[in-house]
Design a protein around this ligand. Sequence first.
Ligand code: MLT
Length: 325
Amino acid sequence: MKTLLFAALAAAVSLSAVGAAKAQNYPTQPVTLMIPFSAGGPTDVIARLLAQVMSEDLGQQVLVENVTGAGGTLASGRLAQSTPDGHTVLLHHMGIATSATLYRNLPYDPLTAFDYVGQVTTVPMLLVSRPDYPAEDFKQLLEMIREKPEETLLANAGPGAVSHLCGMLFMQAVGVQLTTVPYPGTGPAMTDTMGGQVDLLCDQTTGATNPVQSKAVKAYATATTERIAVLPDVPTALEQGLDGFEIGVWHGMYVPAGTPEPVKERLTGSLQKALQNETVIRRFAELGTEPVPQEDATPESLEKHYKEQIEFWRPLIEEAGEYAN
Ligand code: MLT
C-alpha cells in the first residue's frame, strides 16, 4: 500500500515538474491571438501590429485569428474553453465587460473564465458617413436624421460591439431611433459606408482615420471631450452643442483561467515590450491612439479595470433592458 502511495506521489511530482518545465520553455509552438471581429477593422489593426513585434520577442509566430460572431462573445467563449498554456490569447476591447450583462446566456463565467495579460490602449471614436451624405455639417446632419430617422441606416458590429454602444449613445443624445444594420466587425461596416450602402457609422480612430483622411467617408463629430490630434478639423460633438455623446474604448489581452504564472509573465513582458516598440508607438499615433502606460500593461491593472467596468455597465444595461439574448 505504502509503495503504491509513494509511486502515485512520485508520478504527480514528476508530472507537475514536466508542467513547470513546459511553462519555462513557453512558447513551444505558434501562438494564436484571437480577435472577436473581422479582418481590416480597428481591433484587427491593433492585433496585427502587436503580433508582429511579439512574434519577434517570443521567438514563435503570433498568428491573428478573426473569430467573429455574437458581438465578440464567440471568441471569448472559445478562449474560456482553450487549453490554458498561453498558446491561445485573446485581444478584446471593452465589449468583453459590457457583454457580461448584455448576454444573459454566456457559455462562460465572465468573472472566473479568464486570466489577465495586461491593458493595451484606449481608442477614441467618431461619427462618419458615406461620402455623398448630403448634410453639410453636424447641425444639418441632426436635422436630416430627425426628419427621417427610419430611413437613416446606422451600421454597427452588433450588440457587444463598441460601434453598437457608440451608436446607441448617439441616438440617445439626439433623441432618435435610426435603423441599425449589424456587421461582423466595423471593417466590413466601413467598406459599406464608403460604398454608400449605409449612411452612418460610429467607429474607432484605428479604423476610421485613414478613410477620413482620404475622404472616403465624411466625419461629422468626435465622441471625445477634446479634438483628436490626427483629425484636428473634426469638431467634437460637445463643441457642436450635443451633450452625452462621449466614449473611449479600452483594450486588454486575456488568456484562459489557470494559465501558469511563468507563461503569463512571459506574455505580459512581451506585451510591455511591444507597447514600447517605436513602430508600434508611431503607428498607434498615426491612428489616433497611444499605448497605455507600462504600469497598466499588467495583469493586476487589467483585472481591476475589467471587473470595475463590468460593475459600471451592469446597471446602465439593466436599466435600458435591451439584452442581446
Ligand atoms: C472591430 O474591430 O470590428 C470593432 O472593434 C467592432 C466594434 O465596433 O466593436
